[in-house]
Design a protein around this ligand. Structure first.
Ligand SMILES: NC(=O)C1=CN([C@@H]2O[C@H](COP(=O)(O)OP(=O)(O)OC[C@H]3O[C@@H](n4cnc5c(N)ncnc54)[C@H](O)[C@@H]3O)[C@@H](O)[C@H]2O)[C@@H](O)CC1
Ligand SMILES: [K+]
Length: 558
C-alpha cells in the first residue's frame, strides 16, 4: 500500500533530524536520488548520459539546493548544465558546488519579465585577473534557448516551503517556457522533442497538502520526491501535474505519523478480493440486490449487473421494470429479476441508482422508493447516479459508512446544494480531496468521487486515492459498471473484517477500502480492455476476470 503524507507532516518529521544537524546529509541524499533518476531518464532517452544538456530552475530555498547539488554530480558525468537562479538568493553551498563542477548560471531579473541578467561576478574563464575564482555564465536572454535545446528541465523553484503559487519573476519565466512549448519550439529541425520536465520534490505551484494547482505550473513527466509521497502528488489535480512519481528514501520513516492518504496496490488487491471457500454456496458468497434501469435507460441496469457478475457475486436479485428485466435476461440469464419490493428480497448488499431515470412517471417513483427502502434496510449499499438525488436529503448527523455514494464532480456539487453548501463543480475539480472529505463528514457516508484519479473518503477521515485507469474510461456506461463492481465486492466482503486487518485497514475503514478496491479493479480492467486504444463499457466487465486472475497469480490468497 502506498502511503502519502502532507507536506507539513513531512517537514515536521524532518525537524528532529534538522535540529540534530542532519540537514546537509538529508539534502545530499535527496540530491543523489534526483541525480540518479535524471541520469536514468537521460540514458533512456538518449542512450547515454554523457553529452546531455539540462537546465534547472533553482529557487531560493532548499528545493533549489537539492537540484544544484544533483546537477553538480551530473556535470561531473559529462552533462552540460545551466542553472537559472532566483534574484531572491540561492542555497550558497549548493551553488558553489554547482559552479565548481562547471555548471553555468544566470540570474533572473527581479522585475516581472522573464529576461535574465548575466551574473555580474562571472566570466568565461576559471580565474579573473586577481586570481579569484570565477565561473561560467551564459549570455543574457539565452536561457530560454538553452531550455528549448535541453534534454531535461528540472523544476526546483519551490518545494514544501512554498506559500501559494509562483510570483514574479518565476511566474513570468514559467509562462515564457510554456509559450515556447505551445509555439512548437524547439524547432523540429534542431531537436526532435521538447525537454522532459522533472520536478524536484513536487512541481512548483502544486500544493503539497491538497493537490491544488496555483498556475502557472510546469507539467512534469517525472516527479522525484523526497522522504515520502506528498498527498498533493496523489490527488487531483496535482497528480496530473506530477507525472510519474518516484519516492526517494532519505531516512524519515521513523518520524512519519499516520498517512493522510492511502493507495491500494496489486498486492493489497490480491489479498482483499474475495475467493470462495470449499463450503461456500451462492448465498454465503454474497447476494447483491440491484435497483437500476428504466425504460429510458435500460442499459445501465445491464452494465451494472455485468460488472457485478464479473466479480463473482454469488447471486444478483434485480428489482425493476419488467421490460428491463427481460433485457437483462437476454444478456445475463443468471440474474434473478422481479418487480418485487426491497423487503421481499434477502440480500447482503444493495446497489441502487444507475439509470433509474428522473422522470415523474410511476416507474421512476417506484425505483426511487426502492432506493429509499434499501437505505432504510440498514444494509451495506452503493448509491449511484439517480439514487444520489435522494441520498441524503439532509445531513444525516450519524455515521453511515456502509453507504457508499459514488458521485462525479457535478453530482457532488448538487449533493452540496441539497446540504445548503454552495460549492461549484469547478471548485470540486480544483480540490477534490477537500470536498470529498467534507462530503463524507457532512453525510456520514463513504464518498467516492469519480475522476481520472478516484478519491474515496470515509466519514472517519481515512482517504484512499486510486489512479490505475485510462482516459478511455470516460465513456457512457463506465460508471454503471463501476457501481456493479463495488456492489459485488460489498456483498462479498462487508462481513470479512479480518481480511482488511491483514492489510492494515481498520474495520471502520473497510467500506472505503472496498470502494477503493472497486475503483482499482475498474481502472485496471479499463487499461486491459482499451489496450492503448478505444474502449466501450461492455468490454470492461469482460476484462475484469483476467485482471483478477493476474492479480491473484503472484502469491497465495488468504
Ligand atoms: N528540510 C529538509 O530537511 C529537507 C528539505 N529538502 C528540500 O527542501 C525543500 C524545502 O525547502 P525550503 O524550506 O527551503 O523551501 P523551498 O525550497 O520550497 O523554498 C522556500 C523559499 O521560497 C520562498 N517562497 C515561498 N513561497 C514562494 C512563492 N510562492 N514564490 C516565490 N518564493 C516563495 C520562501 O521565501 C523561501 O525563501 C523540500 O521541498 C526539499 O526539496 C531536501 O533537501 C531534503 C531535506
Ligand atoms: K519543485
Amino acid at each position: 500500500m502506498q502511503r502519502a503524507f502532507s507536506g507539513t507532516g513531512i517537514r515536521a518529521s524532518e525537524e528532529p533530524l534538522l535540529r540534530a544537524g542532519q540537514g546537509p546529509v538529508l539534502m545530499q541524499r535527496a540530491a543523489h536520488g534526483l541525480a540518479t533518476e535524471v541520469a536514468r531518464l537521460l540514458a533512456e532517452q538518449r542512450g547515454r548520459v554523457y553529452g546531455a544538456r539540462i537546465v534547472l530552475l533553482a529557487g531560493p530555498g532548499n528545493n533549489g539546493g537539492d537540484a544544484l547539488y544533483a546537477a553538480a554530480s551530473l556535470v561531473r558525468r559529462g552533462v552540460r548544465a545551466t542553472a537559472v537562479l532566483s534574484p531572491a538568493g540561492t542555497h550558497e553551498q549548493a551553488l558553489e558546488a554547482f559552479r565548481r563542477a562547471g555548471g553555468r548560471t544566470c540570474t533572473l531579473a527581479p522585475e516581472a519579465d522573464a529576461v535574465p541578467k548575466a551574473d555580474a561576478d562571472t566570466g568565461s574563464g576559471l580565474t579573473d585577473g586577481d586570481g579569484n575564482r570565477t565561473y561560467a555564465a551564459i549570455p543574457e536572454q539565452d536561457w530560454l534557448a538553452e531550455a528549448a535545446a535541453a534534454d531535461v528541465l528540472i523544476d526546483a523553484i519551490l518545494g514544501t516551503g512554498a506559500h501559494g503559487g509562483l510570483r514574479a519573476p518565476w511566474a513570468a519565466a514559467v509562462r515564457a517556457l510554456q509559450q515556447n512549448a505551445a509555439a512548437g519550439k524547439p524547432d523540429a529541425l534542431v531537436k526532435s522533442r521538447a525537454p522532459l520536465i522533472v520536478a524536484c520534490d513536487l512541481p512548483s505551484g502544486v500544493d503539497a497538502n491538497t493537490g491544488e494547482l496555483h498556475e502557472p505550473v510546469l507539467r512534469a513527466a517525472l516527479t522525484v520526491t523526497f522522504g515520502a509521497a506528498k498527498t498533493g502528488l496523489l490527488v487531483p489535480p496535482g497528480e496530473g501535474a506530477a507525472g510519474r512519481l518516484q519516492v526517494i528514501d532519505i531516512g524519515l520513516s521513523d518520524g512519519l505519523e499516520d498517512p493522510v492518504l492511502r493507495r491500494l496496490d496489486a498486492t493489497d488487491l490480491a489479498l482483499l478480493l474475495p475467493s470462495p471457500g470449499r463450503d461456500d454456496q451462492k448465498y454465503t458468497r454474497g447476494v447483491l440486490g440491484v435497483v437500476a434501469g428504466s425504460g429510458q435507460y435500460p442499459g445501465a441496469a445491464q452494465l451494472s449487473c455485468a460488472g457485478a457478475l464479473a466479480c463473482g457475486v454469488g447471486m444478483i436479485r434485480y428489482l425493476g421494470p419488467e421490460s428491463v428485466g427481460a433485457l437483462i435476461h437476454t444478456s445475463s440469464p443468471e440474474v434473478v429479476c422481479s418487480q418485487g419490493s426491497v423487503d421481499e428480497n434477502h440480500v447482503q448488499a444493495w446497489l441502487v441508482g444507475p439509470g433509474i431515470g428522473n422522470a415523474d412517471g410511476s416507474e421512476a417513483k417506484q425505483q426511487l422508493q426502492r432506493c429509499r427502502d434499501a437505505y432504510d434496510s440498514g444494509l451495506p449499499m452503493v448509491a449511484d447516479a439517480g439514487a444520489l438525488t435522494v441520498f441524503p436529503a439532509r445531513s444525516s448527523a450519524r455515521m453511515i459508512p456502509h453507504v457508499i455514494l459514488t458521485p462525479h464532480a457535478g453530482e457532488l456539487a448538487q449533493l452540496f446544494q441539497r446540504l445548503d453548501r454552495d460549492v461549484s463543480r469547478t471548485q470540486i475539480e480544483a480540490n477534490g480531496m477537500r470536498y470529498a472529505v467534507e462530503a463524507a463528514k457532512l453525510t456520514g457516508a463513504t464518498v467516492l468521487l469519480k475522476g481520472a484519479t478516484t478519491l474515496v473518503a470515509s466519514p472517519h477521515g481515512t482517504v484512499f486515492s486510486q489512479s490505475e485507469g485510462t482516459p478511455w474510461l470516460a465513456t457512457a456506461g463506465s460508471g454503471d459498471t463501476l457501481a456493479g463492481i463495488i456492489g459485488a465486492l460489498l456483498a462479498a466482503l462487508a462481513a470479512q473484517t479480518a481480511r482488511f486487518s491483514s492489510v492494515g485497514i481498520a474495520a471502520e475503514d473497510r467500506w472505503a477500502a472496498i470502494a477503493a478496491a472497486g475503483a482499482s479493479l475498474h481502472g485496471r480492467a479499463g487499461v486491459l480492455a482499451a489496450a492503448g486504444g478505444p474502449l466501450h463499457a461492455t468490454a470492461l466487465a469482460t476484462a475484469v476476470p483476467e485482471v483478477w486472475r493476474n492479480l491473484q497469480a503472484p502469491g497465495p490468497v488468504i
